[in-house]
Design a protein around this ligand. Structure first.
Ligand code: ZN
Length: 284
């Protein structure tokens, strides 16, 4: 992915070393954290235990962790600014052309250790997530960097896709979809709520694909980048993760969609570049 000449976003808040986060040593990783480590590792074909040791400092759970600011020549933060800037330009154009309204840009918060968001406390290795209450995307840099260090530059578009997916949730928020669906979920039985969650996730994948389409149009990504991102999408489907976790698949508990669905919707956005083709709620 040729990202070096992209405009850098001004909407990145670097909270590393701000004291607003918490040191890793104070945080239990928990089951959710472990799931994210496994997901992130699978995503890049890494040994989860290796990633886990990178995240926990390699030693036992008692090592103390001093929160530090960004390292000099921080390539990862530069990459995040470039990708976020490009999603801003792309969505600004799409909103103007297809809706005639401005695109209100989200903020992206870089943190390490742990972070308080308007949606609650984010423990370390929670993976990227979007909070509609403060319209911010949260990105754990320790996690992001550990993966980058082990996987190399060919994972750039796959990592950009992870950011674009969270930005996709922000687009859903601006379109009113997120609110509407959360409201429906609150009154629905668990199975229905899960199905709605899947449709939300697949739409965010499709929106990430729409961004990818506009990136491809400018020649910034090649076939290999797309192949890697598609492989990523196929490796983070719920069915794949569940099968690996316990050898059985229970579709009613899916919250992100199957691998095949994720690839399908990402490809749909990537090929068409049109958000009107991303109506996962009307699809069978
Ligand atoms: Zn998502």
């Amino acid at each position: 992915m040729d990202w070096h000449n992209l405009r850098r976003s001004d909407n990145v808040e670097d909270e590393r070393g701000s004291g607003r986060g918490l040191g890793r040593g104070a945080l239990p990783l928990g089951l959710g954290g472990l799931v994210v480590v496994v997901v992130g590792s699978l995503l890049l074909g890494l040994n989860p235990l290796h990633v886990l040791s990178l995240l926990t400092g390699g030693g036992g759970g008692t090592s103390s962790y001093v929160e530090t600011g960004p390292p000099p020549n921080d390539k990862t933060a530069d990459f995040v600014r470039a990708v976020l800037g490009d999603t801003e330009d792309t969505w600004q154009k799409i909103f103007q052309q297809q809706r005639g309204t401005p695109y209100h840009e989200p903020t992206l918060v870089l943190f390490s250790g742990g972070m308080q968001s308007a949606c609650g406390f984010a423990a370390t290795a929670v993976g990227p997530f979007y909070c509609p209450r403060d319209t911010k995307v949260y990105l754990d840099m320790h996690f992001f960097q550990a993966i980058r260090a082990a996987a190399g530059p060919e994972a750039d578009f796959a990592r950009a896709y992870a950011i674009a997916h969270e930005v996709g949730h922000h687009v859903q928020h601006l379109l009113g979809t997120l609110d509407k669906v959360h409201h429906m979920q609150a009154r629905a039985p668990q199975t229905t709520a899960n199905q709605l969650a899947v449709r939300l996730e697949l739409q965010a994948d499709c929106f990430a694909g729409v961004w990818g389409h506009h990136t491809a149009e400018r020649g910034l990504i090649n076939q290999q980048d797309v192949a890697t991102a598609l492989q990523t999408a196929s490796q983070i489907g719920d069915d794949y993760l569940q099968r690996r976790a316990r050898d059985t698949v229970a579709p009613e508990t899916f919250t992100h969609g199957s691998s095949q669905q994720r690839v399908q919707w990402f490809e749909r956005g990537l090929t068409g570049g049109d958000i009107r083709q991303c109506d996962t709620f009307a699809a069978q």
